[in-house]
Design a protein around this ligand. Structure first.
Ligand code: NAP
Length: 459
């Protein structure tokens, strides 16, 4: 068969059920796994290899030939070889003319080379049509069939027809092709599998930083202070008491930090009088990871609930209760029932329960399967209105917990207030700013700006 005729055949619409032969260069892990999957999906597969003899590892339905022979048998050639070995393709340039070359390669580092591997391939074999695909699917997932996490295959390329042919193969393998545009997108597609939870970095580092800060803060206030001034060893507080102080404090601060960027963005828009100017980068990035911040906050809230539930079975708590009862019995004295304390204690618990309930509801609505089932307006309503309600309830829970202790000098050790008092600063700022922003004169202006009205077009 003449080498050009095979390309014309493959580029023509596939009218029969018979699949076109696909050639795979490289009999390594990925080449074999992809070849096996293609054979299962009905594609005849031919491997191009430096050592063209079959082995037990290669699917027995596939042929293994030299690169030149294999390339002549198919219009689509998948290059399952590391980029640093691509130079072997240069002498094959004539045979590869007009063929679709699929670059599946990944790098070890983000932006490792000045150009993407797919662009490099296109430069090495200028007569071929380079398409980037399959790099986000692992050999292991292809072999084991556990493709749930990586069913999406990003595809990009300059030749529409070639891209379409590759997307047809992706679909035939039971995967979902996502057209990312021209070959220029290849760099981003290659960087994608190298990213490690990009949206989670800021929330996780922030929560770790806050946890470390409040741990040492509580250690100084609750353990070291008592040791120095009262000669009491409360070091066992490190196991439960201190974590149960840190968790609600971090949860509340993180929850407030979910809503702070929205408030700041509104202030910036009001100040600039337009929505058509970019926010500072840090604010953009902060806004993008609000969901992750909220989920980390929810995890801390869950821990707080678990720690609180085990309070009654703690030795220290049981000892204190029994000691209190015995001291009162010995001194023949009882405290009169204090109605205010009754109200404070019940309201604090009720606010905590409701706050946690709405917090969980918020977390559930951020799950993709749930958020996909509501429309944009419903999603915004839940995330904004329900979110603020949660923030109000959790802030009120902390305020009522403080009760009348805020002004009591015994709450301050070495002039340091209780950790929960510090945790109220950001939530209160967010709630006050939000309260100001919903004043009709500001709210009306903000709504107009968000609808495209400009007060200061020069921004
Ligand atoms: P591999 O197991 O090391 O296989 C690479 C193959 O390249 C070898 O088996 C060899 O095939 C061929 N080769 C090696 N040196 C060569 C040279 N100097 N000249 C020509 N051919 C050479 O690697 P792999 O894991 O299959 O990965 C292959 C490509 O797929 C890489 O670009 C990788 O980034 C990409 N990828 C891999 C995965 C994965 O899960 N493994 C996932 C996505 C993308 P022959 O001996 O038959 O010539």
């Amino acid at each position: 068969m003449n080498k050009n005729s095979s390309n014309i055949m493959a580029l023509a619409p596939n009218t029969s059920n018979k699949r076109e032969t696909v050639c795979i260069f490289g009999t390594g892990d990925f080449g074999r796994a992809l070849g096996q999957k293609m054979i299962q999906s009905g594609y005849p597969v031919v491997f191009g290899s430096r050592s063209p003899q079959t082995s037990n590892l290669i699917p027995k339905e596939a042929e293994v030939l030299s690169h030149t022979e294999a390339a002549q048998k198919a219009a689509i050639i998948i290059i399952a070889i590391q980029r640093q070995h691509y130079d072997f393709l240069t002498p094959l340039a004539e045979i590869l003319r007009g063929k679709v070359l699929v670059d599946v390669s990944n790098n070890l580092k983000i932006n490792q080379y000045p150009e993407s591997n797919a662009e490099y391939l296109a430069q090495l074999v200028p007569g071929a049509k380079a398409v980037k695909a399959f790099n986000t699917v692992s050999a292991w997932a292809l072999q084991s069939g556990t493709l749930d996490a990586s069913r999406q295959v990003f595809v990009c390329g300059d030749d529409m027809e070639a891209k379409q042919m590759v997307m047809d193969i992706v679909r035939a393998l039971g995967l979902t092709p996502l057209d990312q545009g021209s070959l220029l997108a290849a760099q981003e597609i290659e960087n994608y599998p190298l990213q490690l939870f990009p949206m989670w970095k800021f929330p996780i580092f922030l929560s770790l930083g806050l946890t470390a800060f409040f741990f040492f803060y509580c250690l100084i206030r609750d353990v070291i202070y008592s040791y120095v001034y009262e000669n009491k060893d409360y070091s066992f507080f490190i196991a439960i008491s201190i974590p149960n102080r840190i968790c609600p404090v971090v949860a509340l601060i993180l929850l407030a930090l979910v809503y702070l960027p929205g408030v700041l963005a509104a202030i910036i828009q009001l100040y600039r009088g337009t929505k058509y100017s970019r926010f500072p980068d840090w604010l953009d990035k902060w806004m993008l990871c609000r969901k992750q911040l909220g989920l980390v906050a929810l995890a801390f809230a869950f821990l707080h609930v678990f720690y609180t539930l085990i309070i009654p079975i703690r030795y220290y708590v049981r000892w204190r209760t029994e000691d209190g009862i015995i001291s009162k019995a010995l001194s023949n004295k009882t405290d009169p029932f204090n109605n205010t304390n009754g109200w404070l204690s019940d309201s604090y618990l009720a606010l905590g329960i409701l706050g946690f309930f709405f917090f969980v509801l918020l977390g559930i609505t951020s799950l993709p399967s749930v958020s996909n089932s509501v429309n944009w307006r419903e999603f915004r309503f839940v995330q904004s209105k329900l979110g603020y309600l949660t923030l109000i309830l959790c802030t009120a829970h902390t305020l009522v917990y403080g009760g009348n202790r805020f002004l009591s000098p015994s709450s301050y050790r070495w002039y340091l207030p209780n950790a929960y008092m510090l945790s109220l600063i950001i939530p209160c700022i967010v709630l006050i700013l939000k309260f100001v922003l919903i004043f009709p004169c500001l709210d009306r202006q903000l709504t107009q700006i968000r609808q495209g009205w400009e007060r200061n077009p020069q921004y």
